[in-house]
Design a protein around this ligand. Structure first.
Ligand code: ADP
Ligand code: MG
Length: 240
C-alpha cells in the first residue's frame, strides 16, 4: 500500500544552518508516526512545512501520491486536506462546542450537526455540546479541538505537542481517547513531541530526531530497546 504522506529529502535553512536536514519519512493511513526529539531539533519546522505554512528549500511532499510541494509546485495549505492540532489551538469563544466542531464542515446543516454530536459523544462530551469554551476545562477544550480537527476527515493530521499544556493527571486519559478516535477514523498522523513516554504510548513508528536529522526510525519497542547510540539511550533514560 502506498503511503498517505510521503516526505522526501526535506531541507530547510535559516541563514547558514539547516534546521531540517534531509528528512525523509512516510505515514500510512491509520498509522501514527511520531517525530521525537529535544527542543530545537527541527520538529515544528518540519510540521509547518507539511502544513504548507512554511516552505522548504529542497525536497518534495506527496499526499496520496500527489505532489503538493516541490520544485515549481505549492498547493496552498487549505487545499491539502490536513487537520491541525497544537497546544494553543484555540476554539472560537463565541461558538458552542458543537458549533466549533461543525464549523469547517461543508455538508448540509443537519448532517454537520450529527457529525459534531457523534464525535463529541466519542470523546465523552455529549453533555457539553451546547456549552461555550469558557465553560469547559482545559482537558475538555482539548478534546473539542481534537474532534474539530478530525471532523472534516482530513487525510493527514498534524499534531504539535498537543498535550503539553495539560496537567499529568489528565494527560494519559486524553492521550488514550485521542488515540482511539484517530484509529477509528483511519487518519494518518504525524505527531510531534519531545517526551519519550508520549511517543512510546502513541506511536506505531518513531522517528528520532537530532540537529535536523532523523537518527533512528523504528517501532517504539525497537527504539527503546536498541537505541542507535549513547545519546539516544540517554534521551530515553528518564522515561518512567
Ligand atoms: P522544535 O520544534 O524541535 O523545538 P523548531 O523546528 O521549532 O524545533 O526549531 C528548530 C530550529 O530552527 C531552532 O534552532 C529554531 O530557533 C530555528 N528556527 C525556527 N524557526 C525559525 C525562523 N523562522 N527563523 C530562524 N530560525 C528559526
Ligand atoms: Mg516545536
Amino acid at each position: 500500500m502506498s503511503p498517505r504522506l510521503d516526505l522526501r529529502n526535506i531541507v530547510k535553512r535559516f541563514g547558514a544552518s539547516s534546521v531540517v536536514d534531509d528528512i525523509s519519512l512516510t505515514v500510512a493511513a491509520g498509522q501514527i508516526t511520531c517525530l521525537l526529539g529535544p527542543s530545537g531539533c527541527g520538529k515544528s519546522t518540519t510540521l509547518r512545512i507539511v502544513a504548507g505554512v512554511e516552505r522548504q528549500d529542497a525536497g518534495e511532499i506527496y499526499l496520496d501520491n500527489r505532489l503538493v510541494c516541490g520544485p515549481g509546485t505549492h498547493v496552498p495549505p487549505e487545499q491539502r486536506s490536513i487537520g491541525l492540532m497544537f497546544q494553543d489551538f484555540a476554539l472560537f469563544p463565541h461558538l458552542t462546542a458543537a458549533q466549533n466542531v461543525a464549523f469547517g464542515l461543508t455538508g448540509a446543516k443537519a448532517e454537520n450537526r450529527a457529525r459534531a454530536h457523534d464525535l463529541l459523544e466519542r470523546v465523552g462530551l455529549s453533555a457539553f455540546a451546547e456549552k461555550y469554551p469558557h465553560e469547559l476545562s482545559g482537558g475538555e477544550q482539548q478534546r473539542v479541538a481534537l474532534v474539530r480537527a478530525i471532523a472534516p476527515k482530513p487525510k493527514v493530521m498534524l499534531m504539535d505537542e498537543p498535550f503539553s499544556g495539560l496537567d499529568n493527571r489528565l494527560r494519559d486519559g486524553i492521550r488514550d481517547e485521542t488515540l482511539s478516535v484517530l484509529k477509528e477514523e483511519g487518519t494518518a498522523v504525524l505527531l510531534v513531541t519531545h517526551e519519550p513516554d508520549e511517543a512510546m504510548r502513541m506511536a506505531d513508528e518513531i522517528a528520532l530526531m537530532r540537529d535536523g536529522k532523523i537518527v533512528q526510525r523504528g517501532n517504539p519497542y525497537n527504539i527503546y530497546n536498541a537505541p542507535v547510540d549513547k545519546a539516544a539511550a540517554a534521551f530515553f533514560s528518564d522515561i518512567n
